[in-house]
Design a protein around this ligand. Structure first.
Ligand code: CTP
Length: 432
């Protein structure tokens, strides 16, 4: 059980931070809330004290509050900022400490997860996106935001992730901190290494730097849609989040990224070449156009295995008779690229309903892959509609089961594995 600091920003979603505090407390953690000045307009420190049984801090200027921010930062094993407003994200990204939350966040020595919440126009602003990317490059973890109804009544990206899922992301950070090889971890992190314990695979985010600079990578994401007639199609539940997280992580590590994605509600990540396609055939063609010049290909798309044998230009009419739908196999994008593979590192996903390393390794051999990301989609915190994932990285000679992590952290762990393999191939690259 851990000591957690909950940093509460000033937004309507602050009321949900109370629920988050309650969940984390019920899970057995000690939770101390810190409220920004603006947060105090939406909720009060007393609410958090009642829910957590711990003192809450809202004002650094209260008597005896002298070094409260440093004491709290030392006490905390991890911090969670929810809601993380545009202002707080900006403060932290630029090393500013304007109130209790900014000050405690800046003094933190352990892992921090941020759950942004703001109007969609603010979230989409390049300044906010740049601040987010800057924090990610320092090793901060993000969960959300989600698309949904915002306080303004409009629909868009900016809604805070639900407390239950933020709590999962916090558990993911804590599990990683405790995992073997995770380094000193937050509690034991030294003053000299403020980011120790952050980032996936025990590798601090800052240490990764731009280790994919000069590399070209191709990522697929999302589902495909296989049309039957002008208004009907076959598809699946993939959201595209895992592939988008892979593209963003590679971009932050300096890669030239092409993201080929099926239909998804996610906005184009800045600084990434995005090719939007609909069907498996279109996806294959777009990937094929980028593949020969790339160094690594990660296939995170949930490509439909079949498509309707016939497409009807006119809407199909109903009749009282039963109707059979004939399906024909789609191209396997990953398999086709594996057949053209020269120097490239290839990574595939295997969505299983039962974790099976032997089956994943058989797929690795069949498709001539370097790595298979085995994903048990039935486990809590893994799969299609959630922000977190729980995977095992399977290669020819190893199987590394990672704890539950945010999709961004899983993405970084995958790129860590790719970087290792790219390094080993530096000499063979020259032979091309
Ligand atoms: N893939 C692809 N094109 C397809 C099908 C799959 O590129 N037409 C890629 C996926 O992006 C994923 C991997 O191949 O990286 C999944 O392989 P697949 O053999 O389809 O496995 P599963 O979907 O896990 O399941 P199954 O073998 O049981 O169909």
């Amino acid at each position: 059980m851990a000591n957690l600091v909950l940093l509460v920003g000033g937004g309507v979603a602050a009321y949900k931070a109370v629920d988050l505090a309650s969940r984390l407390t019920k899970a057995g953690h000690r939770v101390r809330a810190v409220l920004s000045q603006a947060a105090g307009r939406f909720v009060t420190p007393i609410t958090f004290e009642a829910v957590t049984g711990e003192p809450a801090l809202a004002d650094l200027w209260q008597p005896g509050g002298g070094e409260a921010h440093i004491e709290l930062a030392r006490w905390a094993d991890a911090m969670v900022m929810a809601p993380a407003t545009a202002d707080l994200i900006g403060q932290l990204a630029h090393g500013l400490a304007r109130d209790a939350v900014g000050t405690v966040a800046l003094a933190s020595r352990g892992p921090v997860v941020l759950a942004p919440a703001m109007h969609h126009a603010m979230w989409a602003h390049p300044a906010v996106q740049e601040n987010v990317a800057r924090l990610q490059s320092f090793g901060y973890a993000f969960v959300g935001p989600e698309r949904g109804r915002l306080a303004s009544g409009e629909e868009g990206w900016g809604r805070m992730t639900e407390p239950a899922e933020i709590a999962l992301a916090v558990e993911a950070l804590l599990a990683r901190r405790a995992a073997p090889g995770a380094g000193a971890g937050a509690a034991g992190a030294s003053e000299e290494s403020p980011l120790a314990g952050r980032g996936a695979s025990g590798r601090p985010g800052a240490e990764r730097g731009r280790d994919l600079a000069g590399r070209r990578v191709v990522v697929t994401a999302g589902p495909t849609q296989e049309p039957l007639d002008p208004i009907r199609f076959l598809t699946n539940r993939a959201s595209g989040r895992m592939g988008f997280a892979l593209a963003e992580a590679a971009r932050d590590r300096g890669a030239d990224v092409t993201l080929v994605t099926g239909p998804t509600a996610l906005p184009d990540p800045p600084g990434v070449r995005v090719v939007r396609v609909r069907t498996a055939v279109e996806m294959r063609d777009a990937v094929a156009a980028a593949f020969d010049g790339c160094d690594a290909f990660v296939a995170a798309a949930a490509v439909a295995d079949y498509r309707p044998a016939r497409y009807s230009e006119r809407k199909l009419k109903k009749s009282p008779e039963p109707m059979a739908l004939e399906l024909v196999p789609n191209p396997d994008v990953l398999q086709e690229m594996a057949e053209r593979k020269r120097h490239q590192v290839l990574v595939g996903f295997a969505a299983e309903t039962e974790e099976d390393v032997a089956e994943a390794r058989a797929k690795l051999r069949r498709k001539r892959l370097d790595l298979v990301v085995l994903n048990d989609v039935t486990k809590p915190g893994a799969g299609f509609d959630v922000e977190t994932n729980r995977v095992t990285l399977v290669s020819e000679d190893s199987a590394e089961a990672l704890p539950i992590m945010t999709k961004r952290e899983v993405a970084d762990a995958i790129w860590d594995a790719v970087v290792l393999r790219l390094g080993a191939r530096r000499t063979t690259r020259a032979e091309r």
